[in-house]
Design a binder for this molecule. Structure first.
Ligand code: ATP
Ligand code: NCN
Length: 238
């Protein structure tokens, strides 16, 4: 008689060949859009997602919450998500973090053979030519790309980016397990309108923002008086 799957059987997520998916971001704060694309990537690829908060992003103004607060909010946001993890490697390193350095350090640890992917939103992919040594990234990792309102991937790409991406796109998640780096997979998840800028602005302006973040993150923002939340005590000058 064929064996029936039991409730103890591990979910398919843990049975496939390994693929390490890193989801880098400032997460200032983590919001429901981040969680939605992480779930879409987990479901499409069948593997856990490692959120990797950036310490000192070289490419944007200083975050509104410090690194430990952003990491604490991430922990709260993924507390009930067994397939989501936090990777603190960029928070532990001194100075500005460039993805190319992070990936080279990771390759130094794990070797060159393990398939590794970076999960990014479409706006990040479109900005890739501004990243440090951006073309070297394709030798270090795959990219998994989530469409984002206002950053559609269906418009023509800038010539240098289009050239670099040519021949790399795949619709097959297994293609990312077949080699260590260099392919691009587009997620076909529903668009999510949340952005951290929108959350920070609404918090400061007293607008509606609680439904853009997990409940525990909303409480953390209020309890710690982040982003100029209304009713929070004004921090005393040092
Ligand atoms: N709603 C979303 N849909 C798809 N991708 C998203 C979404 N929000 C964030 N991302 C992606 O997640 C990654 C980390 O994003 P980040 O932490 O900078 O959040 P953000 O909302 O873009 O922040 P900010 O508004 O401060 O720029 C980036 O690659 C970004 O493109
Ligand atoms: O390496 C770079 O030059 C670089 C430039 C811009 C962004 N990144 C990475 O892209 C990820 C998303 O960045 P952000 O600003 O959208 O939070 C995060 O992991 C950053 O470290 C990396």
């Amino acid at each position: 008689m064929p064996q029936q799957p039991t409730s103890h059987a591990p979910p398919p997520v843990h049975r496939r060949d390994p693929l390490l998916v890193l989801y880098g971001g400032t997460f200032d704060p983590v919001h429901l859009g981040h969680l939605a694309i992480a779930r879409a990537a987990r479901d499409a690829l069948g593997c856990p997602i490692h959120f990797m908060p950036a310490a000192d992003p070289p490419h944007r103004p200083p975050p509104g919450a410090d690194a430990s607060q952003r990491a604490a909010m991430l922990s709260l946001a993924i507390a009930d998500e067994p397939d989501f993890h936090i990777d603190l490697r960029e928070l532990r390193r001194e100075g500005p973090n460039y993805s190319v350095d992070t990936l080279r350090a990771l390759r130094g640890e794990l070797g060159g053979a393990l398939p590794v992917a970076l999960l990014v939103g479409a706006d990040s992919l479109l900005a890739l030519p501004s990243w440090r040594e951006w073309e070297a990234l394709f030798g270090l990792a795959h990219f998994v790309v989530a469409d984002r309102p206002g950053s559609g991937l269906d418009r023509p790409l800038p010539a240098d980016l289009a050239r670099a991406l040519e021949g790399r796109w795949t619709e097959d998640p297994e293609a990312l397990r077949a080699r260590p780096a260099g392919r691009l997979l587009r997620l076909h998840q529903p668009l999510h309108p949340a952005s951290a800028t929108r959350v920070r602005t609404a918090v400061a302006d007293g607008g509606h923002w609680r439904d853009l973040v997990p409940t525990a993150v909303a409480s953390y923002i209020e309890d710690h008086g982040l982003y100029g939340v209304h009713g929070a005590p004004t921090p005393r000058p040092v």
